[in-house]
Design a protein around this ligand. Structure first.
Ligand code: 5GP
Ligand code: ZN
Length: 131
């Protein structure tokens, strides 16, 4: 069993923020910012690309629910919502999960930086829309 399946099964403790039949949300052990939360399906899927669309939709409804609660009750000014997918994108636990990272100010210990590159947009468009 993977580490998040162990937490879902109750074999390893987790600080539960939200739970229902399908979804569990726990505080991330590393707390990038105060209230950093992981929302996951109870069923093991390696990443969100493998999830049936309806299950992913319900997961994201719960992400919004938990993010609203966290931002309001922790008095954050916003949040980052992030899914790392596969090792290349920084996924280290191979049980899909959504990070909710409450943001308090610009000096929070997280950097999400988009650097600009020059690509041919029409070429990308043709490729991305092929069957
Ligand atoms: P990833 O890098 O896969 O997107 O994120 C995995 C996250 O899981 C990391 O932020 C890490 O701190 C967290 N994590 C790893 N092991 C545990 C654990 O046993 N309990 C909790 N609550 N979080 C964990
Ligand atoms: Zn798992």
């Amino acid at each position: 069993m993977c580490i998040f399946c162990e937490i879902v099964a109750g074999n390893i403790p987790g600080k539960k923020v939200y739970e229902d039949d399908e979804v569990l949300a726990i505080l991330d052990i590393s707390q990038t910012t105060k209230g950093h939360t992981l929302v996951m399906p109870k069923k093991h899927y390696e990443n969100f690309l493998e999830m049936p669309a309806d299950e992913f939709g319900r997961l994201m409804e719960k992400v919004q629910h938990v993010a609203k609660k966290a931002v309001k009750n922790l008095e954050a000014n916003g949040c980052n919502v992030l899914i790392n997918t596969n090792a290349v994108a920084g996924q280290s636990v191979m049980h899909t999960h959504v990070h909710i990272i409450p943001r308090y100010d610009e000096n929070d210990t997280i950097r999400v930086e988009f650097k600009e590159n020059k690509f041919d947009l029409d070429e990308i468009l043709k490729k991305i829309n092929q069957d």
